[in-house]
Design a binder for this molecule. Structure first.
Ligand code: 1PR
Length: 593
């Protein structure tokens, strides 16, 4: 049974509004940084003061969990995970709901400053501190861990709840690591945390650019650390108070076990936490589903050869390789680390008119607990009746429907061209807006380049590389021309120039396709992947051309790609995802198992 109270998110400004100027960011002076535990904010209380609310004895059912959703983004995944585990959700509406909770989950999403702003203005900050001081069962997730610290450098310094000593800072990208920290990483469990008992050798999923550092002052809180260029705090535990920097709701079965152990500690078999074999950020194996409507009007997973998705027969039909939701579920079970849906005709159809794609996301996210990316058609749009939709609205609908990341193709090319021409960041492109509101870790740019051979590096005004294998007429060089509209139109910009520009405009990751290699099964374009992954500081996903497991080890050994993506070999069941992973392990390349 679902407890049908309106969520707190429906009575506070949405994340979009939070970023508007009506909500100021705390720009406290360094001397006034630290917030007392007794007085966590000068809250402009809209509600009865939590101090005057007494904590009542538990009377709610054992299967209800209270969720603090302050309206900052996608908490659909955590809701789905909780329902999947048999729990119903009571949304926090007032500070009293926090104090009266039997168990409280705080899935922090979005940025530190607007989150603290809402918590302070509504009296939730004070209630949270009191709840935690009383050692009530609490689980903070991601930002829900960071907010417990004294302050954050994210657009700040900004005061936090001040429960745990320490400052949350940005990963140092000069330390030879890619920021954001995206992917599956290992934990070093430092003390018995109970909820981490099943993690052991398994990786868990992280996505963040800011982190808290272990110190003498906070060491009693730390239950695990993680290594990413440096050691940072991946979880804390004191009594009944837990928080994790990773996303249990996106960490597959092992993540669900973390939630289960928190929600129902008594029924869980206690075991000595296993010593983990996992040691660092794993290379990801991603399954990609190119989705479009076929000629009969059904939404199908299709797959092209060099982007041509029609059968080479008289009927010339769109290839049909299965149903999107079924295939996504199968790939989750098979061990895919992430699943991408690309609405490949999104450039001409309006994605919000394409409700089946939204439905696909909703159904998939109900029982697929790894990250989901969706792309295709993310841009500003005016429909036939003259109604204008911003790209932010399109993205918001995707996030609400279960996407963790959105992927922008054509619109990012136009934005990069403009930026390179003018040298000015207008802040108005879909890429910049979505990145500002949801964070750059939520924005992927999909690049669709085509190789153009040249005889001499000076033949074109774009970055040219010397080819490992010369072109058909002995050309020693090539540049990679970006395309839009599903490869239909070449643009005056190279993949290198695009990648550098979109990183500056706020992309958090690059999905690097290659039209020449797509569907060919002859391996990734190593020259291209090396060029791009050596040129940017954000993670690069190598895509197009995988035919055998060895192609994955080749791309990870010869380039700095963070992930390898394939479509055809998985859809046609030629190579199981597990075979790819077993091969990578044999080659000594760390993957999530
Ligand atoms: O331009 O923002 O509307 O986004 C459109 C999105 O759709 C882009 O991400 C673009 O890459 C994708 N897209 C458009 N047309 C096609 C097509 O195939 N006709 N698919 C298309 C891109 C490439 C990969 C593919 C890999 C791996 N598909 O996603 O899955 O190449 O394939 P393989 O392992 O079988 O070789 P916008």
């Amino acid at each position: 049974m679902e407890v049908t109270a309106a969520p707190f998110s429906s009575i506070v400004p949405s994340r979009q509004n939070l970023s508007s100027s009506s909500f100021s960011i705390f720009a406290s002076s360094p001397t006034s940084l630290f917030l007392s535990r007794k007085n966590p904010g000068n809250a402009n209380l809209k509600y009865k003061s939590p101090r005057s609310i007494s904590v009542r004895a538990s009377s709610t059912s054992d299967s209800v969990v209270t969720l603090l959703d302050y309206g900052a983004g996608n908490v659909r995944s955590i809701r789905n995970a909780l329902r999947h585990l048999g729990f119903s959700i009571k949304d926090v509406q007032t500070p009293g709901d926090i104090l009266n909770a039997d168990r409280l989950i705080f899935p922090g999403v979005g940025a530190f400053s607007p989150a603290m702003d809402v918590l302070n203005k509504t009296g939730m900050a004070e209630a949270l501190c009191k709840y935690i001081e009383n050692d009530r069962p609490f689980l903070g997730i991601c930002l829900g861990l960071q907010l417990l610290f004294e302050s954050s450098e994210e657009n700040g310094p900004v005061k936090g709840l001040g429960v745990i000593p320490g400052i949350v800072g940005r990963f140092d990208s000069s330390a030879d690591i890619r920021v954001p920290h995206i992917g599956w990483n290992a934990l070093q469990v430092r003390k018995d945390s109970e909820i981490l008992d099943d993690v052991g050798s398994h990786h868990v999923y992280f996505v963040h650019s800011y982190r808290a550092i272990p110190s003498n002052e906070n060491k009693e809180w730390i239950s695990s650390t993680c290594n990413y260029g440096e050691s940072f705090i991946s979880s804390i535990r004191r009594g009944n108070v837990h928080a994790v920097q990773f996303h249990p709701e996106k960490s597959g079965e092992v993540g669900l076990s973390v939630l289960r152990r928190f929600l129902d500690p008594k029924s869980q078999h206690r075991q000595k936490p296993m010593e983990g074999k996992a040691s660092k950020l794993a290379k990801r194996v991603i399954a990609c589903l190119d989705v479009r409507t076929n000629d009969k009007g059904d939404l199908v997973v299709t797959k092209g050869d060099q982007y041509d998705v029609r059968e080479q027969s008289n009927e010339n039909e769109v290839r049909n390789l299965g149903k999107p939701v079924d295939l996504a579920r199968q790939y989750y079970k098979d061990g895919a680390d992430e699943i991408s849906f690309l609405n490949i005709t999104g450039f001409r159809d309006f994605p919000l008119g394409d409700l089946p794609m939204i439905q696909v996301l909703r159904y998939t996210s109900e029982n697929v607990f790894v990250p989901l990316t969706v792309g295709g058609g993310i841009r500003d749009f005016t429909d036939a009746s003259g109604r204008y939709y911003s790209s932010l609205e399109v993205a918001a609908e995707y996030f609400r429907s279960g996407a963790d990341k959105i992927s922008i193709g054509s619109d990012a090319v136009y934005a990069a061209e403009e930026f390179i021409k003018s040298g000015v960041k207008t802040g108005k492109s879909s890429l910049e807006q979505i990145s500002r509101v949801y964070g750059n870790q939520a924005v992927v740019v999909s690049i669709d380049p085509r190789r153009v051979f040249v005889n001499h590096p000076d033949d074109v005004p774009y970055k040219v590389i010397r080819l490992t294998n010369p072109g058909p007429n002995g050309e020693e060089y090539a540049w990679y021309q970006c395309t839009v509209s599903g490869g239909r139109e070449g643009r005056p910009i190279g993949a290198y120039e695009l990648a550098k520009a979109v990183e500056e405009l706020g992309a958090g990751e690059i999905l690097l396709n290659c039209i020449d290699c797509d569907g060919q099964g002859k391996g990734f374009d190593i020259d291209l992947v090396k060029l791009i992954s050596d040129s940017v500081g954000i993670p690069v996903i190598a895509s197009s051309g995988a035919g055998i497991p060895e192609h994955f080890s080749e791309v990870f050994e010869k380039t700095n790609a963070s992930a390898g993506l394939a479509a055809g070999i998985f859809h046609r069941k030629e190579v199981p995802i597990q075979s790819v992973k077993e091969h990578l392990l044999e080659k000594g390349i760390e993957v999530r198992i």
